[in-house]
Design a protein around this ligand. Structure first.
Ligand SMILES: [Zn+2]
Length: 280
């Protein structure tokens, strides 16, 4: 994305609160059952998905500390009596702890938005996929420790997790979710990874709000398009930053990314690695 487009998207976009409310109310009025990621998974497992019924699964990937934005999402969903899943990174968890408590009380799902592959690659200056492959055990150990910390801080049982898509993943050409086998996740009592192929194939359409500005929808196809087209099983990913502008949250995130990129580049150039990684 060009710098101008990025600045426009991050700092000059208008609130899309009305649009979000419109699509939720349209789904409810059209008879869609609107539910969380894990509740849809339970329906699949129990073979309870009904032919002729419409389903809309709401997934929020919480990438930045835009608490007001996520509270908007939550308030609109509560108003229409629907449920959703919110995935928090370690980076976005702390600021959202009061909201997480409210989500839990309201019966929403909260999961872990993990990124250990990207985080360790940045920390250690890993640049090639081979280097990452050699360090699988280190990545799994970090995931277990971070998941445990996430559960401890939030007081939650985590049933599903979802990979964050980081700039480092784009650089490596490897998404975070490719690192973990189903067996490994089962050992951690995780029932589902939100990108699991068998889960995603249980939908007619996957809709994302990640698009090149000024477009608002991936493949230029919105939730309203899917409802109008009569899609009966819709999986919808959204990010608060693309719906509710928040100057401080987006600036904090952009500064963190800038710092990460500078440090990572320095580590690559000067071949600096922490002592424990010297033999990795
Ligand atoms: Zn993310």
């Amino acid at each position: 994305m060009g710098v101008i487009n990025r600045i426009n998207r991050d700092y000059f976009q208008k609130s899309r609160a009305k649009e979000y409310e419109h699509l939720i109310s349209a789904a409810v009025n059209q008879g869609y059952e609107v539910l969380s990621v894990i509740d849809y998974w339970y329906l699949i497992q129990s073979k309870s998905l009904k032919d002729g019924c419409n389903y809309l699964v709401l997934r929020h990937d919480v990438d930045v500390n835009n608490v007001s934005g996520n509270t908007f999402f939550f308030e609109i969903e509560k108003k229409y009596g629907v449920k959703a899943t919110y995935y928090f990174r370690l980076f976005s968890m702390k600021a959202h702890l009061p909201l997480i408590s409210d989500l839990k009380q309201a019966g929403f799902e909260v999961g872990y938005h993990y990124e250990e592959l990207a985080t360790l690659s940045k920390k250690n200056g890993w640049g090639a996929s081979k280097c990452v492959e050699k360090n699988r055990a280190i990545i799994e150990k970090a995931f277990c420790e971070n998941l445990s910390f996430f559960k401890q801080e939030t007081g939650l049982t985590v049933y599903s997790i979802c990979a964050h898509g980081d700039w480092m993943n784009r650089h490596l050409g490897i998404p975070n979710q490719t690192q973990f086998s189903k067996e490994f996740l089962n050992e951690q009592n995780i029932l589902l990874e939100a990108y699991d192929s068998s889960y995603m194939s249980a939908f007619d359409v996957y809709i994302s709000d990640v698009a090149l500005h000024p477009r608002k929808w991936a493949r230029n196809y919105s939730v309203m398009d899917a409802i109008k087209d009569g899609k009966s099983r819709i999986y919808f990913l959204s990010h608060e930053g693309l719906w509710f502008p928040n100057f401080l949250a987006v600036t904090e995130s952009n500064l963190v990314i800038l710092r990460e990129k500078i440090l990572w580049r320095c580590r690559q150039i000067f071949k600096w690695r922490p002592a424990e990684m010297k033999n990795a």
